[in-house]
Design a binder for this molecule. Structure first.
Ligand code: ATP
Length: 482
């Protein structure tokens, strides 16, 4: 409480001159009320910022968690990264922490190769020296004071600079003064992602936990830090759902209420579509499980793209089939854009014009909007078809578009035709070309195209096996021509 007051006081100092605060003193028991919402959107960013603290859902009660014994069981490569970074920080007389999902996953004993590091000093020199010691490719962004190191072992280090540090005093628990580092943490999505693992030798094996994040990890709870979190950044809604499903976590009571409320009242028209798509891409990189579908029924996250998408009961069947097909085709090394395909299942009624502004490539737009465009083909596929007819019907469709028709069709004959096309016909090509025909004495002209097409059709029907048979067939056609 004392610390929280200090935090507030500093902000009052920082923002002195502001007399009235439109959003302060909200009871922690109720989520945002709609009358407060308009105040939120009408207020200036610094008012919004100030009110985050006033509307905090966490106690700033720092705790230290000792992990040094468990650290002996961490993978050698991880310990090496920790030690090298910690020693370098000691040399530079700054602090270095691991934070974010990596620390959360350490507590959960889940493998993670993406480390977020925070350095309380000049990052540019630090990153160069660290990359040198760890032996990786590195980059640094001068504008944002962030950087990245890629190690050949597959570890990816994202580094950020936090100029001032919190100031620990002697005693079992660090006392905290508000500073940039703490503010950084306060801007994070969920408490479970706010843990700081100390890397310097004098704090080796300690986790600093300011917002009871480790308890939430233990209880499997996702909790936002303040009640405006989802309004500040609605992409946290998608992040939350991804974490909940991926980790098997639940939303804390107020967080759930705030998330629902944000989905009903937030203004998503000002949200950057590319940020939303980035999160959706991560969400749909993994299989769509019944658990995710149930979550999406409860939390209509496509609202972030200003779309009303109903999660129909049949989607459960469609995704069960889709995931089985994906596994099957991926084993056979088909190159499939899985996240787009999963998303396309949801967007069955969306036309290309509706997504033109999303900044996707023409091909990606086409895949996402393909079902609305191609669904008419399904009725024509519901009968015995000659391979040539089948290829004509599906001409120009990508593998993703055909798999989408497959999972949407749900019928025997249609499925048979689509699978036959995917597995047998889609890649079937002829081995001869126009030059072969000219060598047989044919003059350049429309006949060449015509004969090649006839050879192709015969090959589709399974009448020709190899180049030799194709040449013989072409020769017969030429003779008939003459
Ligand atoms: P994680 O690392 O949590 O498993 P991730 O790979 O998506 O998931 P990053 O995108 O690398 O994580 O983000 C690293 C950390 O930055 C997260 O753990 C989170 O604390 C924070 N973060 C990322 N995006 C946001 C956001 N939109 N709002 C608040 N914090 C965020």
């Amino acid at each position: 409480m004392e610390i929280q007051r200090k935090l507030l006081k500093t902000h009052y100092r920082k923002l002195k001159g502001i007399k009235s605060l439109p959003l302060k003193n909200v009871s922690p028991e109720i989520p945002i009320r709609s009358d407060l919402l308009s105040a939120y959107y009408d207020s200036k960013p610094y008012h919004q910022c100030l009110n985050r603290y006033g509307n905090s859902l966490v106690d700033l009660r720092p705790e230290i968690i000792g992990l040094s014994r468990e650290m002996n069981n961490f993978p050698r490569e991880v310990i090496n990264i920790f030690r090298v970074t910690g020693k370098l920080a000691e040399k530079y007389q700054i602090e270095a922490y691991v934070t974010g999902g990596f620390v959360r996953d350490l507590l959960l004993r889940r493998n993670n190769k993406d480390l977020d590091l925070v350095i309380t000093g000049d990052l540019e020199n630090f990153i160069r020296a660290l990359a040198d010691r760890l032996g990786g490719e590195w980059s640094y962004n001068r504008e944002f004071h962030t950087g990245n190191i890629q190690l050949s072992t597959g570890f990816n280090l994202d580094l950020a600079e936090s100029r001032r540090e919190y100031y620990p005093r002697s005693g079992a628990l660090p006392e905290v003064e508000p500073a940039d580092l703490l503010e950084d943490l306060f801007r994070r999505d969920f408490t479970v992602n706010t843990l700081l693992l100390v890397l310097k030798p004098d704090g080796w094996g300690r986790i600093l936990d300011f917002f009871q994040g480790s308890k939430d990890v233990e209880r499997g709870l996702l909790r936002v830090l303040h009640r405006f979190s989802f309004l500040d950044d609605p992409t946290r809604i998608i992040r939350g759902i991804r974490l909940a499903v991926g980790l098997g976590f639940a939303f804390a009571r107020e967080t759930k209420a705030l998330l629902k409320e944000a989905l009903t009242v937030a203004d998503f028209s000002i949200l950057s579509t590319s940020r939303v798509l980035k999160e959706l891409r991560l969400l749909f990189a993994d299989r769509v499980t019944p658990g995710l579908l149930r979550m999406m029924q409860e939390f209509p996250l496509f609202k972030l793209l200003n779309l009303e998408i109903e999660i129909k009961a049949d989607f459960f069947r469609q995704f069960k089939e889709l995931e089985a097909y994906l596994e099957y085709f991926q084993e056979k090394n088909y190159n499939i854009k899985v996240w787009l395909l999963r998303m396309a299942v949801f967007l069955e009624d969306i036309h290309k014009q509706e997504i033109e502004e999303w900044g996707l490539s023409a091909l990606n737009q086409r895949i996402l909007s393909s079902y609305a465009r191609n669904r008419g083909i399904l009725s024509r596929l519901n009968r015995e078809l000659d391979p040539v007819e089948l290829v004509k019907l599906l001409k120009g469709l990508t593998t993703e578009e055909i798999i989408l028709l497959l999972v949407k069709s749900g019928k025997g004959k249609i499925k048979e035709n689509l699978l036959y096309h995917l597995e047998e016909l889609a890649d079937r090509e002829i081995e001869i070309n126009g030059f072969d025909l000219q060598e047989m004495g044919l003059k350049p002209g429309p006949e060449i195209k015509d004969i090649l097409q006839k050879v192709y059709h015969a090959k589709l029907r399974g009448e020709l096996k190899n180049r030799r048979e194709e040449l013989a067939f072409a020769e017969k056609l030429i003779k008939r021509w003459e």
